[in-house]
Design a protein around this ligand. Structure first.
Ligand SMILES: Cc1cc2nc3c(=O)[nH]c(=O)nc-3n(C[C@H](O)[C@H](O)[C@H](O)COP(=O)(O)OP(=O)(O)OC[C@H]3O[C@@H](n4cnc5c(N)ncnc54)[C@H](O)[C@@H]3O)c2cc1C
Length: 418
């Protein structure tokens, strides 16, 4: 497959260094992931191939240094460069991209909106090196519900089931998390979303506390078998009287962890859209190659006007989705220029809208691509079916369509619904 990116890029906002980083990412993906992607689904449990690929990205490419501040040895990538790299990873394999992205995403609450110098100093030496994996895991989803944790502005932590109680200078954590990316034994550090005051609606009780995976009382189950996303291990994680120092809370000032969680959701929404764009672009490449060569009714497929119309729809959806995604990425990095708070409700509504729209386009594009490729798109070797199985969860995670719509309606229409 010949690499081609005809879609508009936010070039004005990209430095030469950023372009080089994205190019290096693409080279690794094309050299290491594309040749083996047919074998990856069988590797969902053992992760023999996946572990090597994760090391290629996190260590050889240096992805685990990507979000950390430069003064601590990180790359401090801007959101646009970060998202363009995610696009490239998702062109290859969205499960692996999810593992690599969430491995970093879990640290976001200690970077912004209020940098926590104590925790940055504590964890940076482990992350900002390229010899040994240091993978994060955002443990949000409770057994009871994921949305109830993520519905920050609806229920304000009232239904969070995982608890943290202060005992002297230590937090004592109890709870049962399901699904977090990089569970199943991959992660080194959990960001545990919990409450210090169960059953109470109060942003001050919303807590994000960092727990090393080898802390006594942390127990993990086997990875679940899923429709796709095999590169991402998801399983149960139990926290039973787990003790960590008081300083491991992302923000010590009451209410600031809820703000950090909102900013974290915003970054997650933009990242999810970038992931969807990577899948959409790969569908475009596959379909273009197919329609350039396939002859039906004595004519190359793309020269049938009916096909050309479908191809135009695919290009249109990618072009528009990309423009809005990088607009949101730019807003994240330059909030003052846009008059927004990157941890605020307005931006949450707007990033939710972006993710909902872009992932909807992704689903439509995958279906259209499969229509055009017929049974070849449905076959393993056609690659489209892999995107079909992998992609659905991108619109479901972080509270799914239901919570996304609530956040949008609450800000744009001042709805009180929760
Ligand atoms: C590949 C993969 C990766 C994942 N990664 C992570 C991760 O890194 N960390 C993590 O913690 N979890 C992760 N998850 C879990 C995922 O984020 C949750 O499953 C998701 O947030 C939804 O939670 P739930 O399944 O408990 O559904 P529920 O919260 O029970 O929601 C059920 C339905 O109700 C809707 N809904 C939500 N709120 C409302 C409301 N107020 N009113 C009406 N309807 C509502 C939802 O949209 C959904 O349709 C992952 C899952 C997968 C499969």
């Amino acid at each position: 497959m010949k690499f081609e990116d005809k879609f508009s890029l936010p070039s004005e906002w990209l430095s030469d260094e950023s372009k080089q980083i994205v190019e290096s990412c693409r080279e690794i993906v094309e050299k290491e992931i594309f040749p083996v992607r047919q074998e990856l689904d069988e590797d969902w449990k053992e992760h023999k191939i996946y572990e090597k690929l994760l090391k290629k990205l996190m260590l050889d490419f240096g992805w685990q240094c990507a979000p950390w501040p430069k003064e601590y040895g990180g790359f401090e990538l801007d959101t646009i460069t970060y998202c363009l790299c995610l696009e490239e990873m998702d062109r290859g394999d969205s499960g692996l991209a999810t593992a690599a992205d969430c491995g970093n995403w879990a640290f976001m609450p200690i970077f912004a909106p209020y940098p926590n110098e104590v925790l940055i100093k504590k964890f940076a030496p482990l992350a900002c090196q390229t010899k040994k994996l240091f993978v994060g895991c955002a443990a949000i989803t409770d057994e009871r519900s994921g949305s109830d944790v993520e519905n920050i502005d609806g229920t304000h932590g009232q239904y969070i089931a995982t608890t943290a109680e202060l005992d002297g200078d230590e937090w004592v954590i109890n709870g049962h998390k399901l699904w977090p990316t990089n569970s199943g034994g991959v992660a080194d550090l959990f960001a545990v979303f919990c409450t210090t005051n169960p059953g109470v609606q109060d942003d001050a009780s919303f807590a994000i506390i960092y727990v090393p995976a080898d802390t006594p009382g942390v127990r993990q189950g086997d990875p679940y078998q899923k429709a796709g996303m095999s590169g991402d291990k998801n399983g149960d994680v139990w926290f039973e009287n787990v003790r960590v120092p008081k300083e491991n809370r992302a923000n010590l000032k009451p209410g600031d962890d809820a703000k950090a969680a909102r900013l974290f959701m915003n970054a997650g929404n933009i990242g999810a859209s970038a992931q969807a764009l990577g899948i959409m672009r790969n569908c475009y490449e596959l379909v273009k190659e197919w329609c350039d060569k396939r002859v039906v009714g004595g004519k190359i497929l793309k020269e049938h006007s009916m096909t050309a119309g479908v191809l135009a729809d695919i290009a249109m959806m990618i072009e528009v989705s990309r423009s809005d995604t990088y607009m949101k990425a730019r807003m994240m990095d330059n909030p003052d220029a846009y008059g927004i708070d990157p941890a605020g409700k307005e931006f949450l509504a707007k990033t939710r809208a972006n993710k909902l729209f872009v992932t909807d386009q992704m689903t439509i594009i995958i279906n259209k691509a499969m229509d055009l490729m017929g049974s070849h798109g449905y076959a393993r070797e056609g690659h489209i079916e892999k995107h079909w199985r992998d992609s659905k969860i991108i619109s479901l995670w972080m509270g799914g369509r239901g919570l996304a719509k609530l956040d949008i309606a609450r800000w744009f229409y001042d709805c009180k619904t929760f």
